[in-house]
Design a protein around this ligand. Structure first.
Ligand code: FAD
Length: 593
């Protein structure tokens, strides 16, 4: 089974040179936070990830959670690992100080979360869901609910879940049918939720469910959904978990991947109604969920990076060990010496570096969107809104290709479960589905994030990309000439497609929804190419400075060039498809499929 080492060098490079973390911290008044501290934190997290979580990854795959008397029993070893995670304060990293958090920037939390997901995605989903619940409560909970639940959710003493999906309400949450009946100061919740990640376990003394349900007089559709807290154990007078609430896991899904993460069918109110507490105002539940989706969606995009990195490390390890082929002198060789195997490794490495750059930059933009400086926040919020569906949609789809390359590097052994390569491939498959499918991300990107503001946020991003294009032109080298040419072509195509869509969509209702996925993918490859070109500029500037190993910096130029040659042209191909209008997809008679 594969081991895992945190990608310290690249994580530190992206934080320092692309995110410009030191500049951000000083502008945000975070006096004691800087890239040196970030590096120490990432190194410490790397130890827990490598030594404790990574060895449990295949254990979780082979011995997933089980259900006994409506209690989910998690994989053996997970409870100990979770205890270490909590005792070392990892759960508190980005939480607000007033509730016991360390209030560190979101981008640092993202860099650390990358490691948890690489090491053991099934496990890491549990704290990820808690982070989502914390965010929802901070943004919309009453002071009383915050005081009751936030300290324990932030410390990790309790975990959180998201209960949205029902048998008839998946992508279409307007169809949510769970009921919330007022009962004095509280609500009685009834209904069934499906696919609930870490809906139950025995690792903590309570599980706090965030549940979407309808009040009796609620309007139909999205405007009639409210958000409730439903704890597994109701709190007693001292705020401690007391009586068991009327909510239980009634079955566990047997699924393709992430076996270590229990996927629960949750039944609310089999004995009269689970006690729930309204979060914020009635009928605004879906809006509240949307305000926290930037974080959740970026987290799932990040999982695409994490699983690709884990698979890549396994590819390198195997390619160095597997002897196959003969050198000219007659001696046997490891497959890493074959140029095509090196191509596959570079395809993974270059894609991963592009994803890491995008994930961290987008996470840092979230920090800036929360800036106390209103002008800064105003500039960055539309950028976050724009980048989030790209992070989620593109990175999770790209992860399918990169984890598949790991199988290819392994040859036949890649298909044999014992090697573990198949686990990464299976684990990755859910990513473009949960937290909104790729189709839903793409509709959001083209509709709400592009057409609705008449392309303003995209235009601002394109202008920033053009600054990089111009900087590339100033470096006198064949590699930079190529980066300049490829990036300029792709940015200009993006500008052209933007104008074309704004023009044509007004008269063609189906156009945007037919071409949205190509439009999204196009901008994923474009963002990746842009940020790797920026990395190449920094690497060139830093060469010989002693700040980084020159070999590391030279490799940065190679990964940027590989991306420009192999991946960036895909942005142009997707642009061609967008401008073809994909009219056939909607014209074909449904019976002809
Ligand atoms: C392992 C796992 C864990 C999960 N964890 C959670 C969790 O913790 N909490 C939770 O609430 N849910 C969870 N989910 C549910 C998940 O979010 C949904 O499966 C997902 O949102 C898709 O919904 P669906 O499965 O009903 O698919 P559907 O909505 O039926 O979609 C099927 C297909 O139709 C397409 N489609 C649907 N509507 C549209 C549209 N309007 N336009 C274009 N295309 C469309 C989709 O893109 C998809 O390709 C989890 C699911 C799994 C498998």
């Amino acid at each position: 089974m594969s081991t895992y080492t945190a990608p310290y060098a690249d994580a530190n490079f992206v934080i320092k040179e692309l995110v410009k973390f030191d500049q951000y911290c000083s502008e945000a008044g975070l006096e004691e936070v800087n890239s040196e501290l970030a590096s120490v934190i990432i190194e410490e997290a790397g130890k827990l990830a490598s030594d404790v979580l990574a060895p449990l990854n295949s254990t979780g795959d082979q011995n997933g959670a089980r259900l006994e008397d409506n209690k989910v029993i998690e994989t053996e070893g997970f409870a100990d690992a979770y205890q270490q995670y909590v005792e070392n304060g990892w759960a508190t990293l980005t939480g607000p100080e007033e509730f016991g958090g360390q209030a560190l920037p979101n981008v640092l939390g993202t860099a650390v979360n990358e490691l948890w997901h690489s090491a053991n995605m099934g496990f890491a989903l549990c704290p990820m869901l808690s982070q989502g619940a914390v965010e929802a409560l901070i943004a919309h909970g009453s002071d009383e609910l915050k005081a009751q639940y936030l300290p324990q959710l932030i410390s990790g003493e309790w975990t959180g879940t998201m209960n949205l999906t029902e048998p008839n309400a998946g992508s279409d949450l307007a169809a949510v049918a769970s009921k919330a009946i007022p009962d004095g100061d509280v609500y009685k919740i009834t209904g069934q939720k499906i696919f609930i990640t870490w809906g139950d376990h025995q690792m903590t003394s309570n599980v706090v469910h965030l549940v979407l349900a309808r009040l009796p007089d609620a309007p139909a559709g999205v405007k009639g959904i409210s958000l409730f807290i439903v704890p597994k154990f109701k709190l007693d007078a001292n705020g401690e978990p007391g009586e068991l609430n009327d909510v239980a896991c009634v079955s566990l899904e047997h699924k393709l991947g992430i076996h270590g993460s229990p996927t629960c069918v949750m039944s609310f109110g089999d004995n009269g109604g689970a006690e729930g507490y309204l979060v914020g105002e009635a009928n605004k539940g879906l809006m509240y969920m949307f305000t926290m989706m930037n974080h959740a969606r970026q987290s799932v995009g990040l999982q695409g990076l994490s699983i690709s990195e884990r698979a890549y490390q396994q590819s390198v390890e195997y390619a160095k060990e597997r002897i196959q082929g003969t050198r000219k002198d007659g001696s046997k060789m490891a497959i890493i010496e074959h140029p095509d195997v090196r191509r596959m490794l570079l395809a993974q490495k270059s894609g991963i570096e592009a994803m890491r750059a995008l994930a961290y930059v987008a996470a840092s933009d979230v920090d800036k969107a929360h800036s106390k400086d209103a002008e800064v926040a105003k500039h960055y919020q539309p950028r976050v809104d724009l980048l989030t569906p790209i992070v989620k949609g593109w990175m999770t789809e790209f992860a399918q290709e990169l984890t598949s390359l790991n199988i290819q590097v392994h040859g036949g052994m890649g298909c044999i479960e014992e090697t573990g390569a198949a686990q990464h491939y299976r684990d990755a498959r859910i990513l473009p589905i949960y937290e909104g499918t790729t189709g839903i991300q793409a509709l959001d990107f083209i509709g709400r994030k592009m057409l609705m503001d008449q392309g303003a946020a995209l235009e601002s991003l394109q202008s920033e990309m053009m600054i990089t294009v111009n900087a590339l032109a100033t470096v006198d080298s064949p590699v930079f000439a190529k980066l300049h040419r490829e990036l300029r072509t792709a940015v200009e195509r993006s500008m052209q497609v933007r104008s074309w869509l704004l023009d044509k969509s007004a008269s063609n209702r189906d156009l945007a929804s037919s071409v949205c996925v190509d439009f999204l993918m196009m901008h994923g490859f474009l963002c990746g190419g842009w940020l790797l070109a920026k990395s190449a500029l920094s690497a060139q500037e830093l060469m010989g400075s002693g700040e980084y190993a020159d070999d590391f910096l030279r490799t940065k130029l190679i990964t940027a060039e590989f991306f420009a040659d192999n991946y960036l042209p895909r942005a142009n191909r997707h642009a061609d498809v967008v401008m073809s209008g994909l009219s056939g997809a909607c014209e074909i008679d449904t019976e002809q499929f």
